[in-house]
Every structure is written in C-alpha cells, then in structure tokens.
Ligand binder design. Sequence first.
Ligand code: ATP
Ligand code: MG
Length: 339
Amino acid sequence: MPLLEVNDLAVRFDTADGSIHAVNGVSYSLEAGETLGVVGESGSGKSVHVLSMLGLIPKPPGKIVRGTARFNGRDLLAMSEGELRDIRGNEIGMIFQDPMTSLNPVLSVRTQITEALICHRKMGRAAAKQRAIELLDLVGIPDPHKRVNQYPHEFSGGMRQRVMIAIGIACEPKLLIADEPTTALDVTVQAQVLDLMRDLKKKLGMAMIWITHDMGVVAGIADNIQVMYGGRIMERGPTRAVFHDTRSAYTYGLLRSLPDHDAPVVVDAQGRRPRLSQIPGQPPDMFKPQAGDPFAPRNPYATERCLVEAPPLQQAPGGAPGHMVAAWYDLRSVREKAA
Ligand SMILES: Nc1ncnc2c1ncn2[C@@H]1O[C@H](COP(=O)(O)OP(=O)(O)OP(=O)(O)O)[C@@H](O)[C@H]1O
Ligand SMILES: [Mg+2]
C-alpha cells in the first residue's frame, strides 16, 4: 500500500469575482521513503493541492469539489478537524517558505519545538527540552544548549529555516511536506539546507513532498518529479527521465528556462536567484473551467484535440516505468520532425 494515494482531487475557490478552479483532478501515489519534487509556475496549484489535504485551506471560499487522499489507508479529506490536528505536525510534518512569519517571534525556539512533542508525543517538559536540543544539533545549529533558549530574531535566515526543519521533523513524521523551504535563502545557504535535507532523509527514512519553482533545486533531491500546470499534473516520473527524456512541452519549456549549468549563477541584490519563467504567453485563466489541455494555447506542438479535450495522465510510450505524461502530441517525434 502506498503511503499517500491521491485520487482525482479537485479544489475550487468561490469568490465574489467568480470561481477559481485551483486544482483540477490530481491523482498520484507516494511510496514510503520516496522524495517527490513538485514543480510548476506560480498559481499552478502546487500549494493548494497539499494544503487542502491537510485541511489548511480557508473554507469558504475554498471547497474540495471531489477526490480522495488516502494517507496510510485513511482518507484525509473525510477526516474531522480534530483527526487532522492529530496528524499535522505529527505523522505529517510541514515546513513552509518564510521562517520569519512561520515562527512565532514572542516564543522561544524551545517552546516552539517542544510544543509538538508535548502535545502529540505526551513527553514531559524536561524530556522534550532534551529532544529539542538533539534536534537543533541534528539540523546543524551550533551550541544547541544555549541556542534552544533564544528567540527567532536571534537567528540568521538560514538558521531560522533550520529551526523550521527541526520543528517539521520533531515527531519523526512518515511524510514531510516542504513548500518552497529554500526560496527566501541565498544560494549558498540554500545549498547547505538541501544537503541537510538529503542527509535527514537518509537518517530518518521519511517520505518527502518538496514544492518549488526551481527545477534545479529538485534535481538533486527528488526521486520523482511531478510537473503541475493549471491545477493538473502534466508529467510525472523518475527525475532522470523527466530531465533527459522530457515528454511534456510544458516541462520542456521549464527546462529550457534553466540557466546553463556551467554559466555563473546570477543573483539579485539580496543574493537570491531570480525566478525563471520565460515560456512565452500567459498562464491560464483559472476562472474558466478548462475543456482541453491548459497549456495548449502556449504550446507550439499543440494539436486541435489539445484545445478541446484534456489528455489523461498515461505511461509515456517507450519511456521509463512510471514515467507518465498528459499529452495528445508526441513530443519526441514532433521535435525530431521540427529539427
Ligand atoms: N485563499 C484563496 N482564495 C482564493 N484563491 C486562492 C486562494 N489560495 C489560492 N488561490 C488560488 O488558487 C490557485 C492555485 O494557487 P497555489 O497557491 O496552489 O499556487 P502555487 O502553484 O503554489 O503558486 P506559487 O508558486 O506562487 O506558490 C491560484 O490561482 C490562486 O490564486
Ligand atoms: Mg505555493
């Protein structure tokens, strides 16, 4: 049995301006210990699809239209708020983007790490503090005995992100969901945090869903990559296959917008790598329910059928096992012909 099995998940936001079709039939499964990288441009439904499984979208305006999400065999979407609270931060750990807003500025790091241990693991205060020190040590924070009593503002950005990771893994979750956990960090610190996550994954054996804009970031950490666009999965498969035997025109566009690996890394004034998205055309209008392939209007290889009928996610012909693509066109042959 897979650790997580999502089937036909659809999520909508009913706003005063109309309905936003944020997630439009997402299905996939995640094995224990697997690291899945979820990539796609802004607004493609990456965050909403995980937040809705965890019961963290505001309802209203949010609404789960259909689908199931079985975690260890139990449907998260059918659970009460109390049942979900037992699972969040316990069996499913979470790390979000901005540690300055996710950490509480008026509580010490110790209080914030021990909270989950006391609540979910019924640990006593002393034992929880000891565990918090071990966790800070595990995520590479020097001098953890002293640091544990400090407040978020006493930590640098990279160190705060490490604290967030310590909180995320405190209860040794079976699944860790990380939503853009390194985006706010400069390139060097980002690389350190990635190394740390690779290391922790090995030590703890947990599965991970790693959400990011940046194909380059997931390349080094994910077993499988899932590319989302317009609230759908366009391509999914082993990392190597998605990078080197690309079958979706959208993935191909994302990869072409990656900088040359040998070129120097370009950073902005704050030391951050700028977001790359140079696929010509506009992202889809999420207010309109899509009839066809959402990427068709921007896809030079689209056929008539792409515009009117959404392609199902299917095994890529002649591709690696588990390499799936949603496309009516055959990217390999149309590119060969075009060359
Ligand atoms: N609370 C909300 N109310 C209304 N619409 C929302 C809400 N949250 C998300 N959306 C819409 O749902 C769609 C999917 O958003 P989502 O946050 O999942 O995108 P994303 O892929 O995570 O993008 P990013 O890379 O910018 O984080 C977007 O059109 C967004 O505007
Ligand atoms: Mg997001």
